[in-house]
Design a protein around this ligand. Structure first.
Ligand code: FAD
Ligand code: ATP
Length: 590
């Protein structure tokens, strides 16, 4: 089937919300915190949705005010600027450690914070016509905007929300408010960079009069052709833990191999401190209509409720709450390295990614919290390992600067030639979790039901799609783009190119053997039985190997067989024992 045909047929697929039939087992009770006494019994776990973070509003409020207090500037910081500056919020939906917000404040005597609900984010993915943003990420964004507005209001500002393209909205606001500068976080992928360029171009056509440094000028001030100044777009680097200006490379010399990148950065660069903000950022400009936080319908999406698994709460307050919960309250940072390859529940890994992707959480804040934890509690391999993983995130962001659109191309950064299939039926069985391999199916059902999948799961389903099914990796990457709460173009396409063997991975053949992965990471079938309740009745060691008790396998495995005995000996002496033993210890210690 040709690309155009596939694109048409895929775009006409019922891009349904998750199949509810398999979710019927769950009840719909949102429980409050169980963190002090987590119940390891999977049957109990079936009965509840785990909210992430599991803090109530009062506790979250307390955590937020405590951490924002630590990041207030002393009163000695002066505001030197005049006139109005705009902060154009993009994927930096936070107040804490937001350099664009700080610069707008310090360079003006009035700040207008703006978010544009860009319709292009709610259209379709590039090749295969899936929804560009799935309903769960849409809902997460709504929560982020609601919380950002609240946090700005508590600092004497507000958030203007307008629907439309930034290149139309921003210049028009600049004009009406006489703003001299627009501050925004710099992006690196072409879709976002194109928007930046259009905004800049249109600002360049506006002309500021010399008096426009005073707030709320008349519109006429922009038609004076004798004035030489145009309002400026100031783009600020803010997505990574290490600042672009502090890494020991320019963008074309960034090493292709992660380990080389990491070692150089660790040896030669320092993570900058978080930007401290004043307690009050006001006064706000006088605005008639600040605009409403969009509803899910206004985003053109159909509301989807999480009825099983994890429900992530969007926004900076929840993000700060999760850092507090994971590091301090549950004390899980101490064991992260041993648990991080888990798949079931909120506690095996940090779950910071959705907030990092929307920018409601700063990686530099995480860094400072890790350092504080190391001073106040303990430093060990686990505390370091969170930073190690965040350097992966940085690496993919910097690699996107080096390779540009090649990150999205079929041959990837290495321009690998390979014949890929675009078999629609096979893809659908993968997407819907009906491949006949419980480990694949459970992970894909989790993705559509919650917008999240563990790192282990992502590697396994990616390997299965590209290696066992031989399907064009971009189809998988675009489906992830639709569904993931933490969708980030660099991390998503970076990891997919790695998994498909077209990235810069020195290990070219990353084949993940399903039976081996099942034995190692889900030896009792707890994870698959959670997402595929029909497997619960089977003996634990059969849940990942159900034979004819489960649906037929759509393709054979490229290597190995689904005979569990082949892996039994290796698993019982290898990493599995280690991993499970440590998990058990962790549970006992709670
Ligand atoms: C095919 C595939 C697609 C992926 N797509 C995305 C994506 O769109 N957005 C995204 O944020 N991550 C993506 N990842 C990376 C990783 O799976 C998630 O970051 C991680 O599972 C998020 O869970 P966590 O926050 O609990 O991670 P933790 O294990 O707690 O790690 C802490 C943080 O480190 C970073 N991190 C960890 N592993 C990676 C990695 N492999 N690459 C980049 N950053 C990493 C994340 O920011 C994460 O929040 C993808 C991985 C694969 C294999
Ligand atoms: N933020 C993003 N999310 C998803 N995909 C993106 C993003 N930014 C860029 N892309 C992808 O980048 C690619 C750009 O395609 P485009 O046709 O503009 O350039 P190209 O011809 O593929 O590349 P080049 O200009 O290098 O020849 C598309 O596949 C697009 O989806």
């Amino acid at each position: 089937m040709g690309m155009a045909n596939l694109r048409n047929s895929l775009s006409s697929l019922p891009l349904k919300q998750p199949t509810q039939s398999t979710l019927a087992f769950s009840t719909r009770i949102m429980t409050s915190s169980t963190s002090r006494n987590p119940n390891p019994n999977p049957n109990q776990d079936q009965l509840r949705i785990r909210q992430v973070p599991e803090l109530d509003a009062v506790e979250t409020g307390r955590v937020v005010s405590q951490c924002l207090e630590r990041y207030y500037t002393s009163t000695t910081v002066k505001r030197n600027g005049k006139g109005t500056a705009i902060v154009w919020f993009r994927n930096d939906l936070r107040v804490l450690d937001n350099e664009a917000l700080f610069k707008a404040w310090s360079s003006s005597d009035m700040v207008l914070p703006v978010y544009c609900v860009d319709p292009r984010l709610f259209q379709t993915t590039y090749h295969f016509g899936f929804p560009k943003t799935g309903a769960l990420r849409g809902q997460f964004l709504i929560e982020c905007l609601t919380d950002l507005r609240k946090n700005l209001m508590s600092r004497g500002l507000n958030l203007m929300i307008q629907h439309g393209k930034p290149e139309e909205i921003i210049p028009s606001l600049v004009k009406s408010f006489g703003a001299h500068t627009v501050y925004a976080q710099r992006e690196t992928c072409s879709e976002e960079v194109n928007v930046e360029n259009m905004v800049r171009k249109r600002l360049g056509k506006l002309v500021l009069s010399s008096s426009s440094s005073s707030s709320l000028p008349s519109k006429n001030e922009f038609v004076n052709p004798n004035s030489s100044k145009s309002p400026m777009l100031q783009l600020i680097w803010g997505t990574t833990m290490y600042h672009l200006d502090d890494i020991p490379f320019n963008s074309s010399s960034i090493p292709d191999v992660y380990t080389q990148f990491r070692k150089s950065v660790e040896a030669k660069s320092k993570v900058r401190g978080c930007i401290k903000i004043p307690a009050s950022l006001g006064p706000p400009p006088s605005v008639n209509d600040w605009g409403c936080v969009p509803s899910i319908d206004q985003l053109g999406l159909q509301s989807q409720k999480v009825s099983k698994g994890m429900k992530f709460v969007g926004g900076e307050s929840a993000a700060l709450g999760r850092v507090y919960e994971y590091f301090w309250k549950k004390d899980l940072l101490r064991v992260y390295k041993e648990t991080r390859n888990g798949m079931l529940g909120p506690d095996y890994s940090t779950k910071f990614s959705p907030w990092l992707a929307s920018g409601s959480l700063s990686p530099r804040y995480i860094y400072e919290e890790v350092k504080r934890y190391e001073r106040e509690r303990q430093a060990n391999d686990s505390t370091y390992w969170v930073l190690f993983e965040l350097i992966w995130r940085d690496y993919f962001r910097f690699i996107s600067l080096k390779y540009g659109n090649a990150l999205f191309h079929l041959g990837g950064p290495r321009k690998v030639e390979h014949k890929w299939s675009q078999d629609q039926k096979l893809f659908e069985s993968w997407r819907d979790g009906c491949t006949g391999y419980p480990l694949i199916d459970a992970n894909m059902k989790e993705l559509t039901a919650t917008g999240f999948m563990s790192n282990r799961g992502r590697q396994i389903v990616c390997s299965f799609l590209v290696r066992d099914m031989g399907i064009d990796w971009r189809i998988g990457a675009e489906w992830f783009e639709t569904c993931l709460l933490d969708y980030d173009p660099c991390s998503n396409y970076g990891n997919w190119t790695y998994g498909a063997g077209v990235g810069n991975d020195p290990r070219e053949d990353r084949y993940f053997s399903i039976p081996k992965q099942a034995q190692t990471y889900d030896p009792e079938g707890e994870y698959v039985a959670y997402w595929l309740p029909q497997l619960q009745e089977l003996p634990k060691d059969k849940r990942n190997f159900p034979g004819s008790s489960y649906i037929e396998q759509v393709v054979p495995l490229k290597f190995g067989s689904m005979n569990p005995n082949r892996y039994q000996n290796r698993a019982s002496t290898g990493r599995r024992t280690n991993f499970r033993a440590k998990q058990a210890t962790q549970l006992e210690q709670k």
